[in-house]
Design a binder for this molecule. Sequence first.
Ligand code: TEU
Ligand code: CA
Length: 557
Amino acid sequence: RKKEPWWKRSVVYQIYPRSFMDSNGDGIGDLQGIISKLDYLEMLGIEVIWLSPIYDSPNDDNGYDIRNYREIMQEFGTMDDFEELIYEAMKRNIRVVMDLVVNHTSDEHSWFVESKSSKDSKYRDYYIWRDDENGEPPNNWGSIFSGPAWKKDGTTNSYYLHLFSKKQPDLNWAHEPLRKEIYDMMKFWLDKGIGGFRMDVINFISKDEALPNGKIHPGQLYGDGSPYYINGPKIHTYLREMHDEVLSHYDVLTVGETPGASTKDAQIYTDPQNHELNMVFTFEHMNLDSGPYEKWDLRPFDLVALKRNLEKWQHGLHQVGWNSLYWNNHDQPRVVSRFGNDGEYRELSAKMLAISLHMLQGTPYIYQGEELGMTNVKFQHIDDYQDIETINMYKEKRGQGIAHETIMSSIYAKGRDNARTPMQWTKNGGFTSGTPWLKLNENTSYINAEAALSDPQSIFYTYQRLIQLRKKYDIITEGRFQLLLPDHPQLFVYKRQMDEEEWLVVANYSMVSHDINWSECHVDGENNQWTLKIANYDEPILEKDMIRVRPYEAFVL
Ligand code: TEU
Ligand code: CA
């Protein structure tokens, strides 16, 4: 067994604490709730938890707006609870990775309160301020959460930049004292024994200081500033400095959230020789079913485009850097509703999606409830939604005269609350004894952890088996990737190869059966000694010269 970093063989489980498990009946998930479910996670087999933010926050964006980096959000518990969580997780061989949100803070963070108080404040340059020269914002950029990216503050008659909500002012990474504060804060948590960081929009932290206007794309209200802040001029300098000052002193996992990063960018971020990050989250495969300018512009799912994209990332980082593998997170709709089938074929397609992702090279991430095949949700009323991105977008588009039904269909397909409805533990919910902060999906009556654990054929056990396979076989972590039948519109077929060994992965993304010839897989069916590693039907149909692939079937030989 080669000596490799531990995070190449581990599977990460993402917890959205607000929606995972409520221990005290206030309707909000919390740290004691997570502790009470560690045995469940140990049984699944994951070795890392990524916790979405648990820091003190006014919750304009559910914790992605941090008021105090060194305190735990009261609703979630105390620092003692947090230390207990790390300790209890460690006992089960699980490391806890924290979310590091350092592109912005809350406007209630003391740095910002000081910063806006006066142009002479010691904290002024912690944020990005421009004088109000003509009653107009400094440029035409739009915020990712609708409206302009600038807000005027009367006290000093200046504008501050906020790429996200107006309660999330962007930090000024060009200012060295700010960077030092961030590094100290990171050490504070690392010294408590955490397992690493998932870094929120980390490739947004370096802005082009000229702040030029952006292009206004068709149908958009504001300019697109992203060319001037995505993978900006000093991003690699800052990440290398962070590595030198902090990360190099610990054996931890680092994963950067990097919207707009290409495979070329990712090679730079993740090549170990560059001392930046272990891996990044690509968004390319998540953007294929949207129009070019906004996620709400729906496009049909195109398997060929998805396969080509995954292939590009598999090849792009092979033996250069490292991939992260995901279908889901707290910002994305549920994958079984998106690329699978959340009706009749829900269980089969959820397992198929799991198999086709987990056999790729990289570190897989499971988002809470994915292992149960949790689905998207449809609330009739906009008032039932809690997500700031969804609510702001709804208001803006209604203001433009777009019909309620049209907007709702985008929300049903892409809204972030699809992923945030509480975890479904039992047929009655089991998440809280009180009123949940966001409504549960009614299908908890039959989609829930209790039912999954008592059914040996459940999606849960497919994930468990996939995690075991990854721990056992080097070919999964190390092998080469080869895409087969690249233009087949409904089958995803690929090979992994290492030394003399070859694995064949076959997955059907449709409810139609397909026959494929062994020769199309560049293998001789008769003469090969195949063993079945995992499947979502009892056994695949392997005939003399062809394979018959049934609806949503997937298997690995
Ligand atoms: O998301 C970054 C990001 O680019 C999002 O705008 C994402 O594209 C969008 O949510 C998709 O709808 C991160 C966090 O994951 C997200 O939850 C935060 O709201 C955001 O940063 C601000 O911190
Ligand atoms: Ca609670």
